[in-house]
Design a binder for this molecule. Structure first.
Ligand SMILES: Nc1nc2c(ncn2[C@@H]2O[C@H](COP(=O)(O)OP(=O)(O)OP(=O)(O)O)[C@@H](O)[C@H]2O)c(=O)[nH]1
Ligand SMILES: [Mg+2]
Length: 193
């Protein structure tokens, strides 16, 4: 999809603030700092619309971006971030859980993992969670520009093995600086919507 028009509809802290209507939603989840905002910016063809941060975990809202008046991208704040209080994290965890398990408009989840490293326990937990709730999932390996071409195939294998990817789940290697992978990611999103 060629995106010309995008609008941050709401940074929600409560479910009653989510957009009304029945347009499809695609959620982006992954560890803090993994590159969710960077991927969003590439997909919507903007430089820094979704703010990339040097302060991981600062945002504690579900950000709904309305794309071409057709669908929403939902930026889910990173997990695995320790600096917010335990109480805050629990409250937030419940909100994300409710969103992922109850939101009718949710059509698919893009799970981002850092392609340079083996997926973490948190990544594995998140993948299994999405699988358990039968949420259509695309795994995206980010920051793949940091890998040598010769390391790419092995990095892919490591992700597949560590997450124990099932056949339904796609895996795309992505790099924000070169936009590698963006077409494949868009194709999956359009198929889900
Ligand atoms: N080299 C490289 N750097 C990247 C890539 N994607 C993200 N980064 C960098 O990684 C850092 C974090 O990126 P963000 O997009 O803000 O990550 P995020 O997942 O949105 O982070 P939070 O919102 O804090 O959870 C920034 O310094 C980005 O420039 C990539 O594909 N390649
Ligand atoms: Mg972000």
């Amino acid at each position: 999809m060629q995106v010309h028009n995008v609008e941050l509809t709401i940074s929600a802290v409560r479910a009653d603030q989510y957009p009304s209507g029945d347009q499809p939603e695609i959620a982006f989840v992954g560890r803090s700092n993994v590159g969710k905002s960077s991927l969003t910016n590439v997909l919507i063809n903007r430089r820094n619309y979704a703010h990339t941060s040097s302060q991981p975990g600062k945002t504690q809202t579900l950000n709904f971006y309305h794309v071409e008046d057709q669908l929403y991208f939902v930026d889910v704040p990173g997990y695995g971030f320790a600096k917010v209080s335990k109480k805050e994290r629990e409250r937030f965890g419940r909100m994300i859980e409710a969103y992922l398990t109850k939101r009718q408009q949710l059509r698919g989840v893009v799970l981002l993992v850092d392609a340079r490293h083996q997926p973490t326990d948190d990544d594995v937990t998140m993948y299994n969670y999405l699988k358990y709730y039968q949420l259509p999932t695309l795994v995206v390996g980010t920051k793949s520009d940091k890998l040598k071409p010769s390391q790419l195939a092995r990095a892919k294998k490591t992700i597949e093995k560590t997450l124990d990817l099932d056949r339904k789940t796609g895996l795309v290697m992505f790099a924000a600086p070169t936009k590698r992978g963006q077409d494949a990611i868009w194709q999956w999103i359009e198929k889900m919507c």
